[in-house]
Design a binder for this molecule. Structure first.
Ligand SMILES: Cc1cc2nc3c(=O)[nH]c(=O)nc-3n(C[C@H](O)[C@H](O)[C@H](O)COP(=O)(O)OP(=O)(O)OC[C@H]3O[C@@H](n4cnc5c(N)ncnc54)[C@H](O)[C@@H]3O)c2cc1C
Length: 369
């Protein structure tokens, strides 16, 4: 069996890994670079039970366990770490006191009010390193990576059977195809009956902090001087950097993933916020100032499964804020669905792409406005 996966973010790379490990002939087509989008620019925070009580619970729990297994299995994948996670409040009008515990690297304007997770329930990976490592191991199992833009679906001569994916005038042959292009999956609605997928932009900074910030994640409710409420997240990483993200915006998705750039002023705000939260961050060198789009659907749940009416066509996208967490279990279940005909490890029915109407051309035009 030959499978063509479109997109090499964390979801596409994970699917390539789980398929190639089972001996499937996989080709991944990636337009702008492995992990060039959200999968290389997100937090990489993982939680066992933060999706409990939602349709994502089983997917998240299975994925949390798979991340620990993959950290053992993948040679050189050193970015996985279990960590304690705290929550709190921040802002110029906040002043911690002796009743509120503080982290040693935070300023007096931060009040740490709760422990949100323990080393049993929260962890992290470096999302870009994880995605690259999965794709590299997939390649050792025989998977191929093509740096090119997937431009269409190609069907067989006499009917609807899939022949492969077009990259310009060339065809990458496959018996099955998987759309895993994150928010750019909406572009595949021109070739396949897919429900809408949108992109929601977020901004982040990566600081060089060495060992000055202890290995604990922090989630804040933060009030800026003008009263605006933000929800910044802070993730110190094993490589001596600290990742900080906040400030979402509903700006249009550029057609080329390489053209994603921060909004004017957003990086300056995030830098000011970071410096206010921690003197260590105020003094640390900034290694990356970036933006990326997370893929979202109308009902907030991912699309994982068969594309109705097109035998051999599958989609896996729309993971929103939990794409790094949920990629492994998504991919494991997708490999089961494609190879065995049904997913065994996780029930994919809540994520059935057929639950929502596909976009028609008029809606596609509107979504692109
Ligand atoms: C600021 C921020 C922080 C986040 N933090 C976390 C977190 O802590 N934990 C967590 O679990 N999740 C987090 N997320 C969510 C997570 O990053 C995403 O859900 C996940 O990265 C989506 O992965 P993906 O593979 O679906 O899409 P993407 O990473 O967007 O990858 C899609 C790929 O498809 C490629 N592509 C596009 N068009 C084509 C084409 N025509 N042909 C071929 N390839 C194409 C793109 O170049 C890209 O590489 C965060 C998101 C944001 C924005």
């Amino acid at each position: 069996m030959r499978v063509v996966v479109c997109g090499c973010g964390v979801v596409g790379a994970s699917i390539a890994f789980f398929l190639a490990r089972r001996g499937v002939d996989v080709t991944v087509i990636e337009r702008a670079g492995v992990a060039c989008a959200a999968s290389g620019k997100s937090g990489g925070f993982l939680a066992l039970d933060w999706c409990d009580g939602t349709p994502l619970a089983a997917l998240a729990r299975r994925s949390f366990a798979l991340h620990a297994d993959l950290a053992e299995e993948i040679p050189g994948h050193a970015s996985y770490r279990r960590m304690t996670t705290y929550g709190g409040l921040g802002g110029e009008d906040i002043h911690g006191n002796s009743d509120t515990c503080a982290l040693e690297w935070t300023s007096p304007h931060i009040k740490v009010s709760s422990r949100l997770g323990s080393t049993q329930t929260t962890a992290q990976v470096h999302p870009g390193a994880f995605t690259h490592a999965l794709m590299q191991v997939a390649q050792t199992y025989g998977a191929k990576l093509r740096l090119a833009q997937a431009t269409g679906l190609v069907r067989g001569g006499c009917g609807s059977r899939i022949r492969g994916v077009a990259i310009g005038s060339e065809v990458v042959e496959g018996d099955a195809i998987v759309i895993a292009m994150g928010p750019w999956s909406i572009l595949a609605s021109q070739w396949l009956p897919l429900p809408a997928v949108f992109g929601l932009k977020g901004h982040s900074l990566v600081f060089e902090t060495g060992t000055k910030i202890s290995p604990e994640a922090l989630f804040l409710e933060y009030r800026e001087a003008d009263g605006t409420l933000l929800s910044p997240e802070f993730f110190p990483r094993p490589d001596g950097t600290t990742y900080v993200c906040a400030i979402s915006s509903e700006t249009p998705l550029p057609v080329n993933p390489a053209d994603v750039a921060p909004e004017p002023g957003a990086i300056e705000r995030l830098r000011a916020l970071s410096g206010h939260v921690s003197p260590v961050l105020r003094e640390s060198r900034i290694l990356a100032s970036q933006a990326c789009f997370r893929p979202v659907t109308r009902d907030g749940l991912p699309l994982i499964g068969r594309i109705p009416g097109v035998p051999g066509a599958y989609v896996a996208t729309g993971h929103s804020v939990w794409g790094i967490l949920n990629a492994p279990a998504t991919a494991e279940a997708m490999a089961e669905l494609i190879v065995d005909g049904a997913s065994r490890t996780v029930d994919l029915s809540p994520f059935d792409p057929g639950r929502m109407r596909p976009l028609d051309r008029a809606q596609m035009f509107k979504a692109g406005q």
